[in-house]
Design a protein around this ligand. Structure first.
Ligand code: FAD
Length: 290
């Protein structure tokens, strides 16, 4: 099934993101965690992809398993840094062979171990180039990423939104946001997108923060601001893992309910391979998404 049909349907959508293992040792435990999340029967699931393609095989296997054995519509992420046309074509063929019809097309970031003298951009400089190529290659529903607080490399938000328009014009059918912790940032962003002529559906990406140690790393990577209300929760409960988990889930739930109430129809939870967190959020909004 095409994800765009789920996102556009007249029913609130709740999806979960998982990541594949980096090594074969971790394959079974990661597969098990993703299967537990699939058993919740979410609207769809997405499977991330390591920039540079280090875990390409695992990613397609995990996504294919969820789709084939659990009947969950799956979105396979695909990054293009360091990849030439032949590599991308090969990956698209693998996805097709596993029945994956939906792709989140991403540029990706420079992998940590990437040699200085190896070119980072080969045939695809930006995600829009990848979107165009995927659309020409096969019958995929293609989405892309967007950044309510601006992409860290963009000089201005205006320029970032102009670049986003190029991605949509290339064939991107929906946009999933980077995490944000203040819904007003998203509402403001969507207003600017519509003003810029970007009319595709926006899927709100929500990260339930259950481990305070991960917060500074997450914010450094994403550039997301933490509101004072959230910082106070971390200050008060950060030393108590169970209390922090409960508070993090409650905070994410609160954000999600407000988003649905304000007309955002599709929420994507960065569930980080944690079935208990995914289940708790789904339970908290069970009547809302019925
Ligand atoms: P682009 O859309 O190419 O944008 C990157 C930068 O280039 C921006 O500053 C943009 O303004 C600028 N730009 C874009 N197009 C043009 C143009 N035509 N001309 C000039 N400038 C341009 N990373 C992974 O490695 N694996 C994943 O699975 C993954 N999943 C993600 C899922 C989501 C929902 C999000 C929000 C991010 C994800 N990322 C993932 C991270 C992402 O790869 C990085 O944020 C990366 O830095 C940008 O990727 P992009 O696809 O947004 O790039």
């Amino acid at each position: 099934m095409k994800v765009i049909d789920i996102i556009k349907a007249d029913k609130p959508a709740l999806s979960f993101e998982v990541f594949p293992p980096k090594t074969s040792d971790a394959f079974e435990s990661v597969k098990h965690a993703t299967e537990e999340i699939a058993k919740l029967n979410p609207s769809y699931m997405s499977v991330t992809f390591g920039a540079g393609g280090s875990n390409a095989g695992f990613a397609v296997e995990v996504a294919g398993n969820l789709q084939k054995n659990y009947g969950v519509t799956t979105v396979g992420h695909l990054t293009c840094v360091g990849a030439d046309r032949a590599t991308i074509t090969d990956r698209l063929n693998q996805m097709q062979a596993h029945g994956i019809e939906n792709i989140l097309a991403l540029r990706g970031d420079r992998p940590k171990d990437w040699p200085e003298d190896r070119p980072l951009c080969v045939d695809f400089e930006h995600a829009c180039d990848l979107v165009r190529y995927i659309k020409a290659h096969g019958d995929f529903c293609v989405g892309g990423a967007c950044y309510p607080e601006g992409h860290p490399e963009a000089d201005t938000q205006k320029q970032d939104i102009a670049n986003l328009k190029l991605k949509v014009d290339a064939g991107c059918e929906f946009l999933t946001t980077q995490m944000f912790f203040d819904n007003n940032i998203l509402y403001n962003f969507i207003y600017k997108l519509r003003e810029a002529g970007i009319t595709v559906p926006i899927v709100a990406g929500i990260m339930p923060v259950t481990n305070p140690k991960s917060i500074s790393r997450i914010c450094a990577l994403s550039g997301s601001l933490l509101p004072k209300r959230f910082i106070q929760i971390v200050d008060r409960f950060g030393d108590n893992p169970e209390a922090m988990k409960q508070a993090g889930i409650a905070y994410a739930t609160d954000q999600i309910i407000d988003l649905y109430a304000n007309g955002i129809n599709a929420i994507h939870v960065y569930s980080m391979n944690k079935p208990d967190v995914a289940a708790a959020i789904q339970k908290n909004i069970s009547e809302i998404i019925k």
